[in-house]
Write a protein that binds this ligand. Structure first.
Ligand code: AMP
Ligand code: MG
Length: 346
């Protein structure tokens, strides 16, 4: 931590039964225009009063986030959607009934009470109800929608535990609510309901197949290959090794990874390998970290960002990442991995 900066106050909070006095303390900070980092089921959020322009502008400066990248508003009660959005399509209700609280963010036409700073000047607003008792209680007692992007520096990896937030933002946040590890570890799915057919803007915790079950096939644009969220591109020099190679899931994936690892090691490079448990003993002389089991991709998603973060402390020259089948949560993981690749990687 830099000299001169104060440290953030850190409250350990029981995630199943949050201690009310800690939550009320944090909620008061939000009410007074301060910043509170808190856990959701996806990742930790950097929260401010979503109706307070000054408070929201602090989010942008602390994260070093450009002003045109909009924030998601978090609510604790479904009916508050009607205060924040206008022209809510019928399908929104079905989606909310099925997926809220949960990792689905809906983009809707914004109501007048939402300041432009939240939406980056857009006429639409992104809203979700998180599925985490700490987050829900904090929003409830703050009595306001909480604007909360992920609590990391812009283009860094999303934080999945309080230590990640401390590493990135200590001293720049008033309170950090430490509720342990998040349960999903990957951000929400962002669904735009202002266009027809509806469109996934960001892959995330809710998979496309489950959205289609609710919406019907025709109502959701088939944009799997085009899904791109340019604002979420990582900057490898900030957060991860200089070079990352993503090896696609094919029959000869493991031998390809081994070949690459050997090649780099022969040229004197320190090689990192992010692999599944099943492959962990197959890369001699490399820094191997296990992301999870091939049989449990949800756990791989949960461990993704923390594993990438831990590689950035290893001083490796190249990271070889084991890819996953581009299906369901595997597709989301691949999307995040691709964003982590530096342009011009070998
Ligand atoms: P994060 O900052 O990690 O919470 O990510 C928020 C995501 O929601 C970003 O990818 C934004 O581009 C997206 N988002 C937020 N508001 C809107 C909006 N009004 N229209 C489209 N995308 C949005
Ligand atoms: Mg983010």
């Amino acid at each position: 931590m830099k000299k001169g900066l104060k440290e953030s106050i850190i409250f350990k909070v029981n995630s199943a039964h949050p201690q009310l006095e800690k939550i009320k303390n944090a909620a008061n900070v939000i009410k007074q225009g301060g910043l509170v980092a808190f856990p959701t089921e996806t990742v930790y959020g950097l929260g401010a009063d979503g109706l307070n322009i000054k408070a929201c502008s602090r989010i942008f400066s602390v994260k070093k986030r450009p002003a045109n990248v909009p924030l998601i508003l978090h609510i604790a009660c479904k009916k508050h959607l009607f205060d924040l959005a206008k022209k809510i399509p019928r399908e929104a209700k079905d989606l909310i009934d099925r997926f809220w609280p949960g990792p689905l963010t809906l983009v809707l036409p914004k109501s007048r009470i939402i300041p432009q700073i939240v939406t980056g000047g857009l006429d639409t607003v992104a809203i979700r109800m998180p599925n985490n008792p700490i987050a829900l209680k904090l929003i409830k007692y703050a009595q306001t929608p909480i604007a909360a992007p992920s609590a990391n520096l812009f283009r860094g990896h999303s934080p999945t535990c309080a230590q990640h937030v401390i590493d990135d933002l200590n001293g720049n946040v008033d309170i950090i609510l430490d509720g342990g590890k998040t349960s999903l570890g990957i951000e929400s799915t962002v669904l735009d309901l202002t266009v027809k057919p509806f469109k996934i803007l960001r892959l995330g915790g809710i998979i496309e197949k489950d959205l289609r079950k609710i919406l019907g096939k025709a109502k959701l644009a088939d944009n799997r290959k085009k899904i791109k969220c340019p604002t979420n591109n990582f900057h490898p020099s900030v957060c991860s090794p200089g070079k990352m190679i993503l090896v696609e899931k094919t029959k000869d994936q493991t031998s390809k990874m081994q070949e690459l690892a050997l090649q780099f090691r022969m040229s004197g490079k320190k090689v990192g390998v992010m692999a599944t448990k099943e492959n962990k003993n197959k890369f001699n002389g490399c820094v191997v970290k296990v992301i999870g089991s091939e049989k449990d991709l949800n756990t791989c998603a949960l461990n993704l960002f923390s594993t990438l973060r831990s590689f950035s402390r290893e001083n490796i020259d190249v990271l070889i990442a084991q890819g996953f089948k581009r299906k369901d949560i595997g597709l989301t993981i691949m999307n995040r991995l691709q964003k982590n690749i530096k342009k011009g990687s070998p």
